[in-house]
Design a protein around this ligand. Structure first.
Ligand code: KG4
Ligand code: ZN
Length: 334
């Protein structure tokens, strides 16, 4: 069975061809970083226009690399939400057009479902149930995953998502967009204990996340240092900020495992590409007697292979009905 996945929820135009749930035959990603970086964040209108410019070529390339044509595809899978409405509409309309013209059924996928199943693109696959931490630019959430399609929400970001905090702190420090990879790299040369930034644990049994206080504390630290002409050691700020995010993400994930008596821990989403988070989750997980499964870096940030895979697991819902629409809030966060 061949599935063509399409993803355009934010600033990546992506398409992938997947054979069953095992072989990624192609995984093409066209990133718009160069377009948005001078604005320090994604400009929605520009993102939609870039998706329109790029989508045909990206999909064609994914077919070429997989050595197949549209007639070989059994069904299509496309992200319908959450994300930027204009961007999502480009992907969904494109897929509907292929579906109509070639009479191939299609299925709409919730982006979070893509991140939650991306771990099955790894060699080492978890068994059910598992606790999943999904940390990205739009959401930080914890789920109890019971099977490929049943997820119970345990905790979620109350304000800024983890990736959003990385991006905003990077902007504050005049670093490039997206901030996560840049801070990750600079932090390697800094001292994570140099500055004691706050960790928002919230109430003792809460599995929710809040990173806006940490972002404000970092901004206050920078402004205070500037106003008193103190030396700003960017490496230490990055390392200490990153450590505060990592501590909270790791400890809350372990708490979710303890509270639900589950030993398997999974991590995905763009922030899961963070080297310190990967290292710390593995180490603390092992100390707590948990088995840790971390999504390969190439499938952490937005991609269409994870959308095609989520489509595979939900293939019974594929249809040729065209009344589907895009949405801005995940159905799993309601
Ligand atoms: O999953 P993703 O590609 O898109 C969303 O669904 O939001 O995640 C993008 C986010 C951005 O905020 C980016 O700064 C962050 O993931 N990110 C990282 C790293 N790589 C990407 N954050 C921390 N460390 C990284 N290495
Ligand atoms: Zn994402």
């Amino acid at each position: 069975m061949l599935i063509l996945g399409v993803e355009s929820s934010c600033d990546e135009t992506a398409a992938a061809v997947l054979q069953d749930d095992t072989d990624v035959l192609s995984n093409v990603i066209n990133s718009q970083i160069a377009t948005h970086s001078k604005y320090g964040g994604v400009v929605p209108e520009l993102a939609s226009r870039k998706h329109i410019e790029n989508i045909y070529q990206v999909v064609q390339e994914s077919l070429d690399v997989a050595n197949c044509i549209l007639e070989d595809i059994d069904f299509l899978a496309v992200t319908a939400g959450p994300g930027l409405i204009g961007s999502l509409l480009v992907g969904l309309s494109f897929v509907k057009a292929i579906s109509y013209a070639k009479e191939i059924p299609y299925i709409t996928i919730d982006h979070l479902s893509g991140h939650l199943t991306s771990i099955f693109l790894a060699e080492k696959k978890p068994s059910f149930p598992f606790i999943a931490l999904i940390a990205s630019g739009g959401h930080s959430s914890l789920f109890l995953v019971e099977n490929y399609t049943t997820y119970k929400l345990l905790g979620r970001s109350r304000d800024d998502a983890a990736g959003e905090a990385f991006d905003k702190v990077a902007k504050l420090l005049d670093l490039e967009y997206p901030g996560g990879p840049v801070i990750n790299q600079i932090a390697q040369h800094g001292d994570p204990e140099a500055i004691s930034f706050p960790r928002a644990w919230l109430s003792p049994d809460s599995l929710d996340f809040s990173f806006s206080g940490l972002k404000t504390a970092t901004a206050n630290y920078v402004h205070h240092a500037k106003s008193t002409n103190s030396t700003l050691i960017i490496e230490d700020i990055c390392a200490s900020f990153q450590e505060a995010v990592v501590d909270v993400l790791v400890e809350k994930t372990l708490e979710a495992a303890r509270a639900n008596n589950v030993q398997n821990i999974v991590m995905g989403g763009g922030v899961a590409a963070n080297s310190r988070l990967r290292e710390h989750m593995k180490m603390r997980g092992a100390e707590a007697g948990c088995e840790t499964y971390i999504t390969p870096i190439e499938y952490c940030t937005d991609n269409a292979a994870m959308i095609a895979l989520a489509g595979y697991y939900q293939r019974g819902l594929a249809s040729k009905s065209y009344d589907t629409d895009v949405y801005s809030r995940s159905q799993f966060l309601k």
